[in-house]
Design a protein around this ligand. Sequence first.
Ligand code: ASP
Length: 330
Amino acid sequence: MRVHVTYAGGTIGMVESVRGLVPGADVRTWLSEVAALAGLENSSIGFSQIEPPIDSSSAGPDQWRSLVENLTAHRDRADGFVVLHGTDTMAYATSALSFALASFGKPVVFTGSQLPARSAGSDAFSNMAGALSAVLSGRAEGVSLFFGRHLFRGNRVIKRSTWDFEGFESPCAAPLACAGAPWEWAGVDAVCSGWPDPLPFRRCDIAVVDIVPGISVARLETVLDPLPEAVLVRAYGVGNAPVGEPGFSEPFERLFASGVPIVICSQCAQASVALGRYEASTAFPREGAVGARDMTFEAAYAKAAFLLSQGFRGREFLRWMERSIAGELG
Ligand code: ASP
């Protein structure tokens, strides 16, 4: 089986500098050491790097586009792919690529680490070996993320810890597999529409509104001016907001009148957004907003960027938000 490893950046390949951790390690040499130690020297493992490798805090649609181009360019030369990526925005990247690669047809497993690969006690080796095992098992599908002991669906995952070696979790979906001797695999029954020939990611203007106790209408209006292309609201619970605040729904009514789609997410990691369950969700226009249901915020944001990049607006955008493209909805 042929595996291709693409290094995009992140702690796994970082070294100390006077300004703090920066990319700069020889990841290719380290990878061949991992392959030998894991007994994989007979598997064919290719390597490439996104230039320049970055801290994933600087990643966005431009880097997602580079990753899609890299994987597509190597598609016919490998049976499966591992992407080494920083953990800070890995859940956004795995979500974004799950949409762009919904019809790719080969497994892509992301991983990274909490400590640089050459640091004592690093989790890099076990994460890399786990990601390679997931690909070589022939059972991984779509875009997934291996970290700690678990393989997760890429668009159902969130970063939960800055230090725990189990740094990710999938609050609304069971892990795809748990590493062990042998690995335990769960059944895969996600609904995926696929997406042949997606247009490349572009940088979109998506406003994110975080509802907090005491938020003023004036602050809300500032965040929404000028009009963005889409709005994601992080609301309370199942999609609630301060309806008792005079004028609170007016900025959202204006968005609706201008055709700007509104997606209501929850501040709860484990959520099922249900607009209409409480009066407190009437702050949002019934026609112009949809709930993200059990999508992670990261998946909803990456999906919004994907749909805008495909040219969708208004109702068409909202219709796709409610439809599973790559298993992002339960
Ligand atoms: N700041 C790093 C990054 O996301 C953190 C990490 O990789 O763990 O690139």
